[in-house]
Design a protein around this ligand. Structure first.
Ligand SMILES: [Zn+2]
Length: 165
């Protein structure tokens, strides 16, 4: 039971001043973000947004996977999403290593063969993958024309977003 005690204690403190109960789940700023799981990224803060403003979907690399696409369709049709930002970033592990290299690192960490392990989010050309992901969202039959879709690279060393698509 003690493995999470520090985090649960922090949560108690958080709940003491929590003031947002009963809030709805709509994206109040009309924004959805697909970005990487990287701990250097604060999706809301980097856009000047706060609690309740945006839908956020994260995975390794910030890729538009089938699950990300599901989230975006739900966001657009049920949760007020009008603008979608696809945001991979600089120095991302899945864009700066090959699938084989990542498998080798995992195998070393785990002490067992990882040659069978799927790493479907690995990209060999980040700019091309971003362009493809943006096109995938724009051309999706359940994403209407008036929903704006942009592709950006987030620089983890400057905090700046750089629009590419
Ligand atoms: Zn990353």
């Amino acid at each position: 039971m003690s493995d999470f005690d520090d985090l649960l204690a922090a949560n108690q403190t958080y709940a003491e001043t929590f003031d947002d109960g009963g809030f709805d789940g709509v994206a109040h700023a009309g924004v959805a973000i697909v970005t990487c799981m990287d701990s250097r990224i604060e999706p809301l803060a980097m856009l000047g947004l706060g609690l309740g403003d945006a839908k956020i979907f994260r995975n390794p690399g910030g890729r538009v996977t089938p699950q990300a696409m599901e989230a975006l369709v739900l966001g657009v049709h049920l949760l007020n999403v009008k603008r979608i930002l696809i945001v991979p970033h600089t120095r991302c592990a899945v864009a700066s290593n090959t699938e084989a290299a990542l498998r080798a690192k995992i195998a070393e960490s785990a002490g067992q063969d990882a040659s069978w392990l799927d790493l479907t989010v690995v990209v060999d050309d980040q700019a091309r993958a971003l362009a493809e992901d943006v096109a995938k969202v724009r051309s999706h039959p359940f994403v209407p024309e008036d929903v704006k879709v942009g592709g950006f690279i987030y620089d983890v060393d400057t905090g700046l977003l750089n629009q590419k698509v």
